[in-house]
Each structure stands twice: as C-alpha cells, then as structure tokens.
Design a protein around this ligand. Sequence first.
Ligand code: HEC
Ligand code: HEC
Length: 205
Amino acid sequence: MKIWQCLAIAAMTAGLTVAAHAGDVSRGEELSGSCAACHGADGNSTNPEWPKIAGQHARYTYEQLRHFQSGERDDPLMAGEVADLSDQDMKDLAAYYAAQEPEIGSADPDLVDLGRDIYRGGIPDKGVAACIACHGGAGEGLAAAGFPALYGQHATYTARQLEKYRSGERATDPNRMMRGVAERMSDDEIRAVSSYIEGLYRQRD
Ligand code: HEC
Ligand code: HEC
C-alpha cells in the first residue's frame, strides 16, 4: 500500500476516533497500580523486554489492550492483566499513559548510521518503506491514524516486535502495514533500526 493511501484512510477515520477514545486520566491512574510492576509507575519500564508505554497515543494503547483481551495479540504476561478490564477501564488507562512523559534512551554508536538510513529512507532495494513516513521524524507517530509513537522505546522490545511481525506471530497491523515492512528486513537491519529508535526523542513544545 502506498503512503498516500494510508494517509487517506487515516484522515477518514480521524474524525470518529477522537470522540470514541475519551478516557479519564485520574481514574486511569487509580487502575494503573497493577501495571506498575512491569511498566513502571509512570509507564517507563526499566526492563528492556517490557515496553515503555508513557507518552503513547491513547487510541493505540486502547486498541492494543483490546487485542490482548481478545487474544489477537497473544502474550502470556499481558493476557491475565487485561482479562477483567472493562472497555472504559482500557480507555482510562490509555488516557493516563498518554499523559505521562516518556524517558528516552540512547542509540548504539556502531549501529546508528544504518539505523538512521533505514528509519529515514527505508531500504529501497528491498522495497522496505521508510519508517518516518508513518512514525514521524522524532518517532512521534500519528495519533489520529493509530500509528504508534516509537521514541525512546527499548531496542530489545522493538526488535522483538519487528521479528513478530516478520514471522506473522503479531498480525494486529491493519492492511499488513508492519508485516509488509518487517518481512523484508534482515536481523542486522532490525537491530540497527531498533537501536536508532531508542535514541529518538519528542520535540518539546
Ligand atoms: C507481568 C508483567 C506485566 C504487567 C503486570 C503488565 N504488562 Fe503490559 N506488557 C508486558 C509485556 C511483556 C508486554 C509485551 C508483550 C508483547 O511482546 O507483545 C506488554 C505490552 C503492553 C502494551 C503494548 C505496548 C505497545 O507498545 O504495543 C500495553 C499497552 C500494556 N502492556 C499495558 C499494560 C497495562 C495497562 C497493564 C495493567 C493493567 C499492564 N500492561 C500490565 C508485561 C506486563
Ligand atoms: C505505512 C505506515 C507504516 C510504516 C511505513 C511503518 N510503520 Fe511501524 N507501525 C505502523 C502501524 C499502523 C503500527 C501499529 C500496528 C499494530 O497495531 O500492530 C505500527 C507499529 C510498529 C511497531 C510496534 C510498536 C509497539 O509499540 O509495539 C514498531 C516497532 C514499528 N511499527 C516499527 C517500524 C519501523 C522500524 C518501520 C520502518 C522500517 C516502520 N514501523 C514502518 C505503521 C507503519
């Protein structure tokens, strides 16, 4: 799928999602106690296998919680956590984490050049689209389209997700947007772009 097609779909769905994803930040904070053990009190996990969820768009977080609950995204640690959450609980948790400030890591200097090239330019010989087109120059994603923020994410977690898209184990991406990208990437390319992403940071306004 071409980028302009993604953006057209994004624009069509944007109007609907704003109203549908209102959550209550303070109620989300109350519910977040059981999540803190793995994701940190403010959504900045310290274990590189567990994702940082601070500063993530509420719509994306909400959708992932629903995927864990339905089993479409299968993870033994998350399945039990979401089993008893209501739809409103998931919206409130998503709103709480969206309001938290993400902590940024740093890229491995040996991998940063290849990582930056892939992130900004894709891999033209293999038809791998540039990550920047959907995830933004600073890794900020695009909230209205459901494109997640990636900035500062642990490289270990990111690489694992790219491997899961590559093998098809994770198939939550509409229109195979991520499977189409990851399928064509080698282990070294995944490692490099994941490291680069860990060093990306949001522009402060
Ligand atoms: C026992 C550890 C643990 C606990 C407790 C936990 N999580 Fe997770 N969480 C994980 C792991 C591991 C993953 C990555 C799963 C994968 O690889 O797909 C994850 C993934 C996620 C994701 C997906 C992030 C992304 O970027 O796609 C969200 C959102 C999330 N957790 C929210 C929560 C919330 C909300 C709670 C509390 C209700 C919670 N988690 C409790 C371990 C945990
Ligand atoms: C056409 C748009 C598009 C392009 C290009 C794209 N992505 Fe994505 N990406 C998405 C969407 C949409 C999702 C959420 C899919 C889902 O819900 O599973 C996503 C999810 C991800 C995730 C999972 C995030 C998480 O927190 O679990 C990672 C990692 C990721 N993309 C990395 C990349 C990298 C690296 C590239 C470039 C090599 C890239 N993406 C190119 C649209 C795109």
